[in-house]
Design a protein around this ligand. Structure first.
Ligand SMILES: Nc1nc2c(c(=O)[nH]1)N[C@@H](CNc1ccc(C(=O)N[C@@H](CCC(=O)N[C@@H](CCC(=O)N[C@@H](CCC(=O)O)C(=O)O)C(=O)O)C(=O)O)cc1)CN2
Ligand SMILES: [Zn+2]
Length: 765
């Protein structure tokens, strides 16, 4: 018999129950007990939904982040919070979110202000984890309380469980040595704690433990490969069986290593590494379980069950009981339940599967293999109809779009003249001061804005009423910016639910859900729009809003768009054509918007590519190909404008050293980037490369509620000016301000403008 299991379930809740419970608790509107109860209820519901499986995960639930949970399990808290007292969950939130010394919370006096842990994206997903911190003195100490409590909970409910933990090598690999010490030197000590953890679980009668080592799908140096070997040879004496889980890509060079580790089972992503499975069968020791991730855990399309069975049947024959089936990765990256979607077009809905539906698919596959396809004849037939309908649908294929794509010429990507010529014309037109100030686009998404949008969507507020509220917000943003004395203004993005979803809602070829929430970090979620067909732009998307904003001021108003690569990387995308084809289609659609903005007299246009750097393939050997079409797409979008029109782009959470040539090749007149947390070190890349165009290195971290001091921002800009000629520097925050409050934004920007004034005064000396 085939065993079915799951690697992880989305924990935010089908109606984002966890988000609302967390935010209520953080605002002091509910108790810790209430929050813990919500967590418990969600775990119970999620196990219930997974009861069709032979093994359900335990330990995949996290109140903020599963990596931070693991840090607590290993007793690896940053030094700055180690003497905290109070409830462990409060301390956990302090590490996650930081706390200012002025905070009104309990313990603010005795264990006061603390910086939040650094956040970075989890492999190539839009999920962000709290980076484990190490030093040469890091000492690990087991705290299994969370896992044991959840295990006990599951047992009471009669769930067949499989605890899930992050593996030791991945844990070290995704963390950061704060003192530049060698993280691998910590491995022997870390392994002792893992061994202790596994023994603790064995004592609870646990049979299998899933150990996630996604680092195996990246390029590993010999030292890291050796670490993998060392780790699992040391853990092999454990009394539990280990299922080593890899996902997000092929094992490639690590295949032999992974196949021969002394563990009882290996999980492979059979969506992204299908071609590796058959060769792997020959390599796999005869006793080992092979778990195949045959349902896509990163996308929302129905699985072609018949095709999957055709491929699986001989493998199942060969492996017998040793075959396990699962989604390719944790279902954290997909929404919970398609059944909640009552407004989604029924045809498109019939092509989709969310987490709950994916588990049902898994069940059908296992039944077909265990008992014959006859046993699930109806389910297979229904699936077949949906797969065929999608393949042939006229709504997916638009001949006009495909025809335009055939005519892409290199001229489309080329601006009329080089940067230096453009810059001279732009300087004459805008007449900006030195160190011009601007912001990245969004201003606070206030409760009023969200409420108006909710009422509009629910039909309680009509179009005119909604537009009036949004216009009032835009007017407020413009007023505030003028009062602050900023040089290049933005409209504030009040009308946008999200920088990606907003455009998805307006483009042909996209569908969007009501409840398709996916966690991005902590309590923050995104609802990735569903790119299902050929993309076109029926009408202008932003022009009216920007024109309105420009009408309120004589200062330049930046047009604000999301670029093609970011649209692609933060959407659920088609699996029936290469990503680059979808990207070029997006590029052409957004190019039209750029040209329409220009026609409307908007002379500065920002095209955000926040996800361009983040979308890099996990293996460096695949970078070149990706960057080639990603940069080409951006250039198609941006480069149709006159020399006088200034193109900005923006990227955040980025590291540029290894792709600086491609960033330069995007040829934006101005790029704004996140730099404040790295103390401008990031700019070394721009300096070494002799980056030719203008740069706005972020001078303050928008993730923190703290108000940045002018002195610190001046100092940061001076550091920047040591690397980049001052004539080419802009002054701006790290990223958009939508998650902040106006009460934080105003003083922060006031200080930023004051910093710019000081810099100008110094420059004039
Ligand atoms: N797609 C995307 N990815 C990104 C980013 C980003 O901005 N977008 N930024 C980076 C960091 N990630 C982030 C992800 C989400 C949020 C964020 O603020 N999300 C909001 C939701 C934004 C949204 O879609 N809002 C909708 C729906 C709001 C909502 O919850 N409405 C309530 C009603 C609210 C009310 O009546 O007050 C409801 O529907 O029940 C809207 O504004 O219309 C949240 O979780 O709170 C921020 C950063 C990286 N990845
Ligand atoms: Zn940003």
């Amino acid at each position: 018999m085939i065993t079915t299991h799951n690697l992880g379930f989305p924990r935010i809740g089908a109606q984002r129950e966890l988000k609302f419970a967390l935010e209520a608790y953080w605002k002091g509107q509910s108790s810790l007990d209430t929050l813990k109860q919500v967590g418990k209820d969600l775990r119970q519901q999620h196990w219930q939904l997974q009861s069709v499986l032979d093994l359900a995960p335990v330990g995949d639930f996290a109140f903020y982040d599963q990596v931070l949970d693991m840090s607590f399990t290993l007793g690896n808290l940053p030094v700055r919070v180690q003497d905290f007292h109070g409830d462990p969950l409060d301390n956990y939130f302090r590490v996650a979110r930081g706390r200012s010394a002025e905070s009104a919370e309990a313990h603010a006096q005795c264990c006061g202000g603390v910086a939040a842990g650094e956040m970075t994206k989890w492999f190539d997903t839009n999920y962000h984890y709290i980076v484990p911190e190490f030093t040469a003195n890091t000492h690990f100490k087991l705290d299994a309380s969370r896992l044991l409590a959840q295990l006990a909970e599951a047992k009471t409910l009669g769930v067949q469980t499989k605890p899930v933990i992050i593996g030791p090598v991945t844990y070290l690999a995704i963390g950061k040595a704060k003192d530049d010490s060698d993280r691998l030197a910590l491995l022997p000590q870390l392994l002792n704690v893992y061994a202790e953890l596994l023994e603790t679980l064995a004592q609870q009668g646990v049979a299998w433990v899933q150990v996630d080592e996604p680092v195996l799908v990246t390029e590993l140096t010999p030292e890291w490969q050796h670490a993998v070997n060392l780790a699992y040879h040391q853990l092999k004496s454990s009394r539990v069986k280990l299922l080593l889980a890899t996902y997000f890509g092929p094992l490639a060079d690590n295949q032999y290593l992974a196949a021969n580790l002394p563990v009882a089972g290996l999980h492979i992503d059979a969506i992204n590494a299908r071609h590796e499975i058959v060769p792997l069968l020959a390599m796999l020791p005869a006793h080992k379980v092979l778990s195949l991730g045959v349902i896509n855990g990163r996308n929302i399309w129905k699985t072609d069950l018949n095709a999957t069975l055709d491929w699986l049947a001989p493998i199942a024959e060969r492996l017998g009981d040793r075959l396990w089936l699962a989604p390719s990765c944790s279902l954290l990256h997909v929404p919970v339940d398609l059944d909640s979607e009552l407004k989604l077009d029924s045809e498109i809905k019939s092509w989709l599967a969310f987490a709950k539906q994916k588990l049902e698919e898994l069940q059908v596959l296992a039944t077909a293999l265990n008992h014959g396809r006859e046993a699930v004849k109806v389910a297979l037939a229904v699936n077949q109809v949906a797969i065929e309908a999608r393949r042939l649908s006229k709504r997916v294929h638009n001949p006009a779009v495909k025809a335009v794509l055939q005519t892409l010429t290199p001229q489309l990507r080329q601006r009329q003249n080089v940067y230096t010529q453009r810059a001279a014309k732009q300087a004459a037109l805008f007449n900006l001061p030195k160190f011009p100030t601007t912001t990245i686009g969004s201003f606070p998404q206030t409760a009023e804005i969200r409420q108006a949008r909710r009422q509009f969507k629910a039909g309680e507020l009509d179009q005119a009423g909604y537009q009036a509220v949004m216009k009032a917000e835009i007017a407020r943003s413009v007023r505030e910016q003028e009062a602050l004395g900023l040089d290049v203004l933005v409209h504030g993005e009040a009308e946008r639910n999200d920088m990606v979803e907003y455009f998805g809602e307006q483009l042909e070829g996209y569908a969007f859900s009501q409840f398709g929430w996916v966690q991005s970090y902590g309590s923050r979620c995104v609802k990735p729009p569903i790119l299902f067909g050929d993309i076109s732009r029926p009408q202008a998307m932003t022009v009216q809003w920007i024109e309105y904003a420009q009408s309120l001021t004589s200062k330049p108003m930046k047009g604000m768009l999301t670029g093609p690569v970011t649209m692609l990387n933060w959407s659920f995308v088609r699996d029936d054509q290469p990503r680059e084809v979808s990207c070029y289609q997006l590029a052409l659609a957004i190019r039209q918007e750029v040209l329409d903005l220009e026609k409307a007299g908007i002379r500065i246009i920002q095209i955000d590519e926040a996800a361009l750097r983040e979308g890099l393939p996990l293996r460096k050997s695949d970078w070149k190909k990706y960057l080639q079409w990603a940069v080409a797409s951006f250039r198609i979008t941006a480069n149709g404008v006159a020399d006088e029109t200034q193109i900005h782009t923006h990227m955040c959470y980025s590291e540029f050293n290894d792709i600086i040539a491609e960033i330069a090749d995007m040829d934006a007149d101005v790029i704004t980037i996140e730099t404040s947390r790295s103390d401008m070190e990031l700019l070394d890349a721009f300096d070494d490369f002799n980056y030719p165009n203008e740069i706005g290195p972020g001078v303050y971290d928008i993730h923190s509620p703290n108000i940045p001091e002018p002195e610190r921002m001046v100092a940061l800009m001076q550091k920047a000016a040591a690397r980049i000629p001052a004539e080419r520097l802009w002054v701006n925050p790290d990223c958009g301000l939508k998650t902040r409050q106006w009460a934080e934004v105003i003083p922060a920007l006031r200080n930023m403008v004051s910093a710019a004034q000081q810099l100008r005064a110094q420059a004039a000396l």
